[in-house]
Design a protein around this ligand. Structure first.
Ligand SMILES: CC(C)(COP(=O)(O)OP(=O)(O)OC[C@H]1O[C@@H](n2cnc3c(N)ncnc32)[C@H](O)[C@@H]1OP(=O)(O)O)[C@@H](O)C(=O)NCCC(=O)NCCS
Length: 194
């Protein structure tokens, strides 16, 4: 059977479906994970989740490459979400945010999701650079990004307010060349313009 371009060794990246509203609600309840990934929201209800899932399931991103994916296991269990943002086709760089549901941490799902996403953005769309901001208090994410082979490019000081104080943010980055050197090019492909 032909392997999907969006399939990795452990996970599959698929678009949002209207039925994902239940996952949005479940993930919303882990306020501390939300704090690590972005921010703690005001409590939101099921109509918000239904609307968000419906709108995102209809989003085709025709004008840019900002898009949300659901990360599933190869058996189809939804374990988290990843979204691209600040996609810039002129400078060929993009950013992303990733969140795995706590009960699925430590199984390699985030690493595999990044691999699938980067392979597409670098290998199919011609992007050259990816960046991600990691809050200084998010030790796990920092270790995760280092283990993935990303470089700490800098720190901006006291730019993020959470839990009553300002925190530094670390910028991690990787070029297409660095990604392919570490994770390999798809079989049969020629080196592209990095
Ligand atoms: C940070 C986060 C995305 C990492 O997700 P994850 O799926 O647990 O990450 P991975 O499993 O791919 O890698 C994490 C660890 O598991 C290990 N691992 C990798 N493959 C593995 C496997 N097959 N089996 C067991 N462990 C594995 C990795 O080596 C890594 O080890 P470490 O503890 O030394 O870092 C997740 O903790 C999360 O969503 N946190 C909350 C939101 C957040 O912080 N988002 C990032 C904002 S920048």
């Amino acid at each position: 059977m032909t392997k999907s371009a969006w399939q990795g060794d452990l996970v599959w990246l698929r678009g949002v479906e209207p039925g994902d509203w239940e996952h949005f609600m479940a993930w919303e309840r882990d306020g501390e994970a939300n704090r690590l990934g972005w921010m703690v929201h005001l409590p939101r209800g099921s109509e918000w989740a239904r609307k968000a899932a419906l709108e995102q399931s209809a989003a085709a991103s025709p004008d840019n490459d900002d898009h949300r994916f659901i990360i599933t296991t190869l058996r189809g269990v939804a374990v988290g979400t990843i979204n691209t943002h600040a996609s810039d086709r002129v400078n060929r760089r993009f950013q992303y945010g990733i969140s795995i549901a706590r009960e699925h941490w430590g199984h390699g799902y985030a690493s595999d999701a990044l691999t699938v996403l980067f392979r597409h953005f670098f290998g199919e769309k011609g992007y050259h650079k990816v960046n991600a901001w990691v809050y200084a208090f998010n030790e796990r994410s920092r270790r995760f990004h280092e283990n993935f082979g990303m470089t700490l490019e800098g720190t901006r000081r006291e730019t993020h307010f959470s839990n009553g104080e300002f925190h530094d943010e670390h910028l991690f980055g990787m070029t297409a060349g660095e990604f392919f050197a570490r994770h390999g090019r798809p079989a049969g492909s020629e080196p592209g313009p990095d």
